[in-house]
Ligand binder design. Sequence first.
Ligand SMILES: [Zn+2]
Length: 468
Amino acid sequence: MQLYNTLTRRIDEIEPLQPPKVTVYTCGPTVYDYAHIGHWFNYVRMDMLIRALKASGLTPMWVMNITDVGHLVSDADEGEDKLEKGARREGKTAWEIAEFYTKDFLDGMQELNMLQPTHIVKATDHITEQIDLIKQLEAKDFTYVIDDGVYYDTSHFPGYAAFARLDLDEQQAGARVNFNPQKRNASDFALWKFSPGSVKRDMEWDSPWGKGFPGWHIECSAMSMHYLGPTLDIHTGGIDHIPTHHTNEIAQSEAATGKRFANYWLHSNHVLIDGEKVSKSQSNGIRLQDIIEKGIAPQAVRLHILESHYRNQSKFTWESLQAASNRLQDLKAMAALRWQPLPTVQDAATFSLEDVALEVTKFLVHDIDTPGALAFLSQVTTQMLSVLIENDMLDHFETMLSSIDELLGLQLLSVKDISGEQKQLIAERQAARDAQDWAKSDAIRDQLASQGVGLRDTPSGPIWFPLT
Ligand SMILES: [Zn+2]
């Protein structure tokens, strides 16, 4: 299994610490608003990482967090807590906001047929672990306390700038305008923020330093190390996490343990939506539900996401989504052939059905090349729709569909057979065609179409396919 590793800036062969187990931590959503399509690109790509690791023979232990406290509007530890802001916007408590949008996110994961992480963990369920980690950092002299919280002194961690290749002098100069004057360095970040005296927060906890709440970065270090140990194999997130969130995670984790935090870092690139970059902070993006309400299947969204490589900046437009929806129809038409095996077929495909999964796997284990896998699958589809399925190929064909589903999550086996009445209608239409009764033939075709069943006539007879 090979992946582009942000740590080394090259494609690395994945060598887990305890094979066949491979530990993966994914920075999950901040649940203060609906997830939008840009988020789903990121999370489906992480799902594809897990599928690729499995295809390579490894056994992933996958932890994803839910940020339900502590993520401030600004990455510079200024501004409001996003959850508290969401609560005021909707006249609810921060706890209610977190519960509502967590459920929305988990529902979306299911709609997009994402694999279930081994653990989905909430920041608010791990306050003790976060306080313990801050205590460790305090004991090693990496912290200082100012009016609004406990901060991490980045100048005490010599490799701070290395991961993101930051220019700290430039950062220091650029930060003057918005610089909390009590902070020792512009890059220092909050580990624990104190509750403001004037406002009652919905979410706050006691700590050795005073009542308050944890910073966003500390939760990922604390939960990752709690579930996966001091060094994990692969840490993932969006590319926008590199300069601040992941840099800070590395600084605080490695300062506490003296060990490398993660051996491989995988980052998903930005998505341009109708030409504009959408970041996590934008909440006006297109929701999955908006797409489903337009009659587009979640599998088409998934297919569209797989059409771009995770390292490339990709584009989302309604036109490209519609094109993906059409390609999904071709795949479903191929899947429907399992219900229509013929006694014999005229031609043979140029590939063997047993090799298809192997070929798709080759693309996935090479840096999750989903566009390559789909281009190959498109050739398979075109050929299968042309040569059709013979009775004695059926077992291999169904195994092939099952493998494609496991590798790419496209749910091709969910294409069901048509009813006995619909099969009867197809036979009646064929009889009408044989009798050259075109009016009746067309009427039956229309009737079937209204039931979601399409027909095409081949030298071997009519073949049906799902229209929805
Ligand atoms: Zn994180």
